[in-house]
Design a protein around this ligand. Sequence first.
Ligand code: TRP
Length: 332
Amino acid sequence: MATVLSAIQTTNQLHLGNYLGALKNWIPYQDEHRCFFFLVDLHAITVPQDPQALAENTLISAATYLACGLDPQKSTLFVQSAVPEHAELAWVLTCHSSMGELSRMTQFKDKSSKHGAHIPTGLFLYPVLMAADILLYQAKYVPVGDDQKQHLELARDIAGRMNQQYQKNLFTIPEPMIQKVGARIMSLANPDAKMSKSDPQAGATIFLTDSAKDIEKKFKRAVTDSGSVITDGDVSAGIKNLFSIQAACLGKTPEQVHAGYVGRQYGYLKVETAEIVNQVLEPIRTQTAQILADKGQLLAILDDGATRARETARETLNAVYNSVGFIRKSTL
Ligand code: TRP
């Protein structure tokens, strides 16, 4: 059984883009693959976080994983910092990466440009930690958004390099799985930017825990263009985004959704998209609240996941430590 692995940062609560572009598509893998799905809090602290908010967002995100249908009986679900092997392997991988290749990462360039002269070192090493996340579990398939393709490429490069230097099967070479519909849900305030957990613009992001009323309001205010009626030709990025959202919710193509709106007012599209999204999110919202009502049980599930994750992670890390020449009792 091939291994599928993916993760989301805990910098905020999860949003519609995380659901339609990631979580929703992970569910079917659970029946046919060995799955690891986790929450990356080590990655979250690459930029400053409020500790209380980080803890809270991690718990809510974990509850959301379960509410969306990730099943702890089928998949290994855990929080990254509970598995120390991630940080340990990241160091070894750091020593097999170069400043040059890390400097070329476009996400690093984007993010670091917002930090003036004081660029957090964690931002620079972020992709190495991500490579450790993946290689620790010998993952074959990694479902990610297309903005993570370059990071996957780095993981492949480091894995190939170390396989060649030490032993052929030290790491499985991972492959990105990039899906089309719903893969790129854009901000409602700026449809040229991806929907993001940390977008400061009001109404830009639909969080999975938003109330039905808030969701309706955000869609009504979604930025489109100066037109008012949908034509059958090219449409603006804002309108296209609403088509994509509906398509991902309904299992249609954006073109099919578009065809149904030709000649109709923008207002209808906004209101109906809000309704469709609310239908999808309503059960998730309710379930998340129920799961959060029993934090003890939620923490027990994560604990159990971390214990299971560590078994696999330790195996890989031991092989890596042996390869690079670290001695331990088992070396004898
Ligand atoms: N960097 C990824 C993102 O922002 C999150 C991530 C961290 C991840 N580690 C991972 C995704 C391992 C897939 C596999 O989307």
